[in-house]
Design a protein around this ligand. Structure first.
Ligand code: FAD
Length: 493
């Protein structure tokens, strides 16, 4: 531990996974860290909602890439089990394509390949090849790519990555087409890259490492839900001396010449030697006045990951014909993605995701009741309201009934919705995005918004709008990248 660092005051804006990660790594080497969060709780988009005995994760619910979480805990002398038990889900998820027409994705690649071959015999070989390549890409990506700061193109060039260059000019959709003619199987293979926020047609084929994350590494459930991860990280940070302040909205970052020296909230002014923001990048720039890194125009031209309409539902009883995670792909996948990216508008006939976590964890609902969480991805920048939310909830309830034969509508005892405008208000989300800036070819790695401010040398950005991209594991990686960079490259690091 470096004694001098104790004198270095780090002010972190926002308390999402990226901020929590930076706070832990910098506190570990002796920096004096304070985290300022505008909302009433820590965790950012992974907030928790507790109402009438029901517990809802407000954002992420898929625990993928358990290796990234474990690596983080190990860096602080812990293991995942020190904080929560992980359960591997089987089925990992269920995909509905119509009435009683669904495919269960099981918990090992062997079982999944078998399921696929039973539907399309000819896909076995190409699928195995695709999954082998996905695994290789995952290893290369974790070893050589995702932990890079995105500063210089040379950081991406290794013997292994050069061999993979062709996969950056091909896209996932075209690779998936080669595996099977079956549209249902194709949509399952394209699903993982939706986490990266762009259409499969616009996502480099190299990102099929997400298919390894899906089939190879599996879908896990942390007991008591995703917010357990927030609690674990906050515990580590607190043990290392990090101070957390909630209801503390930052309104300005003040500077003297090329150094930021004060962070001003609605209540107080905090002196700072380093300022790191895990709040949405575009919002952080508005706090910097003329020292912003990018203009409002820059953000308008970017491809954002979708926004979402979200529903938190408490209901009596339980549904039998659903799994923990369910995708309702019983409408036109292509049309919905066009309504998100190409002609932004409310979807006519949306795909949606339905999560029933109390199927795996009874603690999330009072006895005899269940929790549900629904998500419809939408374009950013839409102007939504309560009436629109109710309209789409009705669509979801009808479709669950049509597809599963089970009625949910009459059992609802609690409901709350959250939409595009809520993302803007609650998280200062740029254009109402739910999960950041998409990983298209032109928004990958060195082409993503930079982690360091160009004018103020002690101001840094972390989180899902910078490297490496959207998702909980990438947010953790983003925090590690920024803390490593500060420790290695700044004069007092
Ligand atoms: C509905 C939804 C579902 C998702 N599902 C999954 C999933 O299943 N699996 C997965 O891996 N990922 C998922 N994601 C993505 C994942 O949750 C995010 O990528 C990740 O949590 C983002 O973390 P972050 O550190 O970038 O910041 P955020 O979580 O966005 O945190 C930023 C914080 O900054 C705060 N802030 C903003 N402005 C200020 C200010 N002026 N002053 C102080 N604080 C401020 C905000 O309140 C917020 O708390 C989902 C996201 C959403 C929204």
């Amino acid at each position: 531990m470096k004694k001098t660092n104790k004198l270095k005051r780090v002010v972190i804006i926002g308390s999402g996974f990226s901020s929590l990660t930076v706070s832990c790594y910098l506190a570990k080497v002796g920096y004096n860290v304070i985290v300022l969060e505008k909302n009433e709780q820590i965790g950012g988009r992974a907030s928790i909602l507790k109402k009438n005995g029901f517990t809802f994760d407000m954002g992420p619910s898929w625990y993928w890439m358990p290796d990234i979480f474990e690596k983080f805990y190990q860096d602080f002398g812990y293991t995942t089990n020190d904080f929560y038990q992980l359960k591997k889900l089987n089925p990992a998820y269920r995909v509905y394509f119509g009435k009683n027409d669904f495919i269960d994705i099981e918990d090992t690649p062997e079982k999944i390949v078998k399921t696929f071959s039973q539907i399309d015999k000819s896909c076995e070989k190409p699928l195995k090849r695709f999954l082998n390549e996905a695994e290789q890409n995952y290893q290369i990506s974790m070893k050589d790519l995702v932990y890079q700061p995105g500063i210089n193109i040379t950081e991406l060039i290794t013997k292994e990555t050069i061999k993979k260059l062709p996969l950056f000019v091909k896209n996932i959709a075209s690779e998936v087409k080669k595996i099977t003619q079956d549209e249902r199987l194709r949509s399952i293979l394209e699903f993982p890259v939706l986490f990266l926020g762009a259409k499969p047609q616009n996502t480099p084929a190299f990102y099929n490492f997400m298919n390894h994350a899906d089939f190879g590494l599996g879908t896990w459930y942390p007991e008591e839900g995703m917010h357990s991860v927030v609690k674990a990280m906050q515990k580590i940070a607190t043990e290392l001396g990090v101070t957390f302040k909630t209801n503390e909205e930052v309104i300005e970052i003040k500077s003297n010449k090329d150094i930021a020296n004060q962070v001003v909230t609605r209540k107080e002014t905090y002196p700072a030697d380093y300022v790191i923001s895990g709040a949405d990048y575009a919002h952080t720039d508005t706090l910097l006045g003329e020292n912003q890194n990018y203009s409002a125009d820059y953000w308008k031209k970017k491809t954002f990951a979708p926004s979402s309409l979200l529903y938190y539902i408490g209901f009596k009883g339980a549904l039998q014909n659903v799994a923990h995670h369910n995708l309702f792909f019983d409408t036109d996948f292509k049309k919905h993605t066009e309504e998100i990216y190409d002609q932004p508008q409310f979807p006519e006939n949306p795909l949606f995701y339905a999560n029933f976590p109390s199927k795996s964890d009874k603690r999330l609902a009072p006895e005899g009741y269940s929790t549900a969480f629904f998500l419809i991805p939408t374009a950013v920048d839409l102007d939504d309201n309560a009436k629109i939310h109710q309209h789409y909830l009705n669509i979801i309830l009808d479709r669950i009934e049509q597809n599963t034969g089970e009625n949910l509508r009459d059992k609802i005892v609690y409901q709350k919705s959250f939409g595009v405008n809520d993302f803007k208000n609650r998280y200062h989300s740029c254009r109402g995005n739910a999960y950041g800036l998409a990983n298209t070819l032109l928004q990958t790695s060195v082409l993503r918004p930079k982690i360091r401010n160009k004018k103020l040398k002690n101001v840094f950005y972390t989180g899902q709008l910078t490297v490496p991209g959207p998702g909980v594991p990438p947010a953790i990686i983003s925090g590690k990248i920024v803390s490593d960079y500060i420790i290695k490259n700044t004069p007092n690091g």
